[in-house]
Design a protein around this ligand. Structure first.
Ligand code: SF4
Length: 372
């Protein structure tokens, strides 16, 4: 599509904002201009549904009403309030960004898009969303809902992930934010809401769409074929052995995952990759050897008790867990060995309070229910 003219963009913005004034959902983060609260909501809403986020958002803000309280908190407490939302990396980055704001003297919050974009874990979308919703700074937004909407308005036929598509969509987003002379925050929220509530991925509600007359995909009967389907990810299957090591008091051994690993900072049962081994006995030997190398104790591995399937990015992981025991004491706390890990013994009840990886949470729930 040719570049949209400012008058065309203003007409789209006007229709979007008028629709939003009438049909917008009343969401808790829409009743504030506080950049901190908007930022928290944006972090929680990444990859998570609105209905799921609302109670988490409210609880989080009761405990951490401002950026200073979040910066002063222990990361474990942040994880606890995040538990159930998944994607703990977001919680870790939120905490790191809060500390960075307070330490650099920018509290209560950085004052413009460029300063917000410097914070850890904040990408172009989040920086622009906070700057426009809180400060009405003239910057555009592109996220899952708006990119689908813009692609249809513009009749963008290349896959959304293609850099040419992203450039076209961002150019459009920035151009409409500049062309609209009134509140940018309202405009951006209106576009997101239309993308989410009207221009749905399948069977968009074109008959109720305030932007129908501007939509090139609609005019060309291409609303079902735009955006182009995503390219299929190449899936890699992995197999891991998990060791559920218990002591005589019925407590379970957990380790804190290292910063260099996935799910950094979360607690997990010791687990070892055995993808290349088909034989179960050999896989268990590898797990026992790896445990011995890290903690100087060789575990006696008993029967398999639970297996968990889970996916992360392009990996599909089968985690097979075995009960295990060790003789003598294990150094708990920060180990001095090659792993430099934090280890701890926890009862099934105490596991409820711990920030666990999602697969470890499934195992912990199984342990609590079955008490093996
Ligand atoms: S007319 Fe249909 S496809 Fe076009 S923007 Fe509206 S809902 Fe989306």
């Amino acid at each position: 599509m040719r570049k949209s003219q400012p008058t065309q963009l203003q007409a789209i913005a006007k229709d979007a904002v008028a629709w939003f004034a009438k049909y917008r959902r009343d969401l808790p983060w829409r009743n504030t201009r506080d950049p901190y609260r908007i930022w928290i909501s944006e972090c929680m809403l990444q990859q998570t549904q609105v209905a799921t986020v609302i109670p988490y958002y409210e609880r989080f803000l009761i405990r951490f009403p401002d950026i200073q309280s979040l910066a002063a908190a222990n990361l474990d407490e942040v994880y606890q309030l995040w538990a159930g939302l998944g994607y703990y990396r977001r919680a870790r980055q939120l905490h790191a960004a809060a500390r960075s704001v307070v330490e650099s003297g920018q509290s209560p919050f950085p004052l413009d898009r460029d300063a917000i974009a410097q914070l850890p874990g904040i990408g172009r979308y989040t920086a622009n969303a906070v700057a426009s919703f809180a400060y009405d700074q003239r910057c555009g937004i592109v996220e899952a809902n708006t990119q689908r909407l813009y692609a249809r308005l513009l009749r963008c036929k290349t896959p959304l992930s293609a850099s040419s598509s992203q450039k076209q969509l961002w150019d459009f987003a920035e151009a409409i934010a500049i062309a609209w002379p009134l509140a940018t925050g309202q405009l951006n929220q209106a576009l997101m809401e239309i993308g989410s509530q009207v221009c749905k991925p399948k069977s968009p509600s074109c008959d109720q769409c305030p932007l129908q007359k501007h939509c090139l995909a609609y005019q060309h009967s291409e609303t079902e074929t735009i955006p182009a389907p995503k390219l299929k990810k190449q899936i890699t299957e992995l197999q891991e052995v998990g060791l559920l090591v218990h002591d005589s008091k019925g407590r379970w051994l957990l380790r804190r995952r290292l910063n260099s690993e996935r799910w950094a900072g979360l607690w997990d049962f010791p687990r070892y990759d055995c993808t290349d081994i088909q034989n179960e006995g050999l896989a268990l030997d590898r797990a026992a050897d790896a445990f011995l190398k890290l903690y100087s104790k060789r575990p006696a591995i008993a029967q398999e008790c639970v297996s968990v399937k889970h996916s992360v990015t392009r990996y599909r992981i089968l985690l097979r867990c075995y009960l295990a025991q060790i003789d003598g004491k294990l150094t708990i706390g920060n180990t001095q060995g090659p792993s430099q890990e934090q280890l701890g013994w926890y009862t099934s009840e105490e596991l409820d309070q711990l920030a666990l990886s999602s697969s470890a949470r499934k195992v912990a729930d199984w342990l609590k229910k079955h008490q093996p």
